[in-house]
Design a binder for this molecule. Structure first.
Ligand code: 6GU
Length: 231
């Protein structure tokens, strides 16, 4: 999987992605991160890439030409490699709300492009030209698309073969089968007078499995009953 990120803040993307599990996957060449600084494609020597909105109003708008040229630098490379045009994801609160099913779908692509906007957004014409998917990470407002892109890349990465090892196993987890994860315990067996559920110490794998399934369902009913309607 190659993640291409068009952004004004490449160091934010790189610092985060080079940390922890995604960082290990990048080191091991299982995923690749390619950040493209939109400012490098500015027309003027000051590197300005935004301007006042036509029609007036608050804030600044990112200009179409630098965004287009930055995107084109990725597309040209992909075309040379005889690969198909990648999906281009624009991070916007106006997009479809991201979920696990979308993460699974995106993880099947061999390459993705994330477009991160700032200020009051990006000139609509370049969006029309290059964006294939508008995605939001929830109903609240952020200052830019970088954190949403990082959220998406994190969740997509862990679905890519070889990113997780046994120790960070992904079989039983929240949203596996649209259910929340069961509670987990580790040593010590007693903490502040609270004990680990006896069944987990029993060594009876069948009983443990049953207990976990039950807790999973109980927890989902209590905390996220909306998930059960979806499945
Ligand atoms: Cl994807 N972008 C921005 N700027 N704000 C958001 C968002 C995205 N998703 C939720 N809020």
């Amino acid at each position: 999987m190659i993640f291409n990120v068009l952004t004004l803040f490449p160091e934010l993307i790189e610092n985060s992605m080079n940390t922890s599990i995604t960082g290990r996957a990048i080191k091991n060449d299982i995923i690749k991160l390619n950040t493209v600084n939109i400012r490098d494609f500015a027309e003027n020597k000051h590197g300005q890439v935004d301007d006042y909105p036509y029609g007036g109003g608050a804030g600044m708008v990112m200009q179409a030409p630098p965004v287009y040229r930055a995107y084109k630098s990725i597309e040209d490379r992909i075309q040379k490699e005889n690969k198909k045009k990648p999906r281009v994801i624009y991070l916007t609160p106006q997009g479809k709300v991201f979920n696990q099913k979308m993460a699974e779908e995106f993880s099947k692509e061999e390459e993705l492009v994330f477009l991160c906007g700032h200020y009051e957004g990006i000139d609509e014409r370049v969006l029309e030209l290059i964006v294939t998917d508008n995605v939001s990470i929830g109903d609240y407002v952020l200052t830019g698309g970088e954190l949403p892109a990082l959220v998406m890349m994190d969740s997509i990465s862990r679905l890519v073969d070889g990113v997780l090892n046994n120790k960070d196993s992904s079989v039983y987890e929240s949203f596996y089968d649209n259910k929340l994860e069961y509670p987990q315990y580790t040593r010590p067996e007693e903490f502040m007078g609270m004990h680990v559920p006896k069944v987990l110490l029993s060594g009876d794998h069948k009983k443990v499995d049953e207990w976990r399934k039950e807790e999973s369902l109980k927890r989902t009913l209590e905390r996220r009953p909306d998930l059960l309607d979806e499945s």
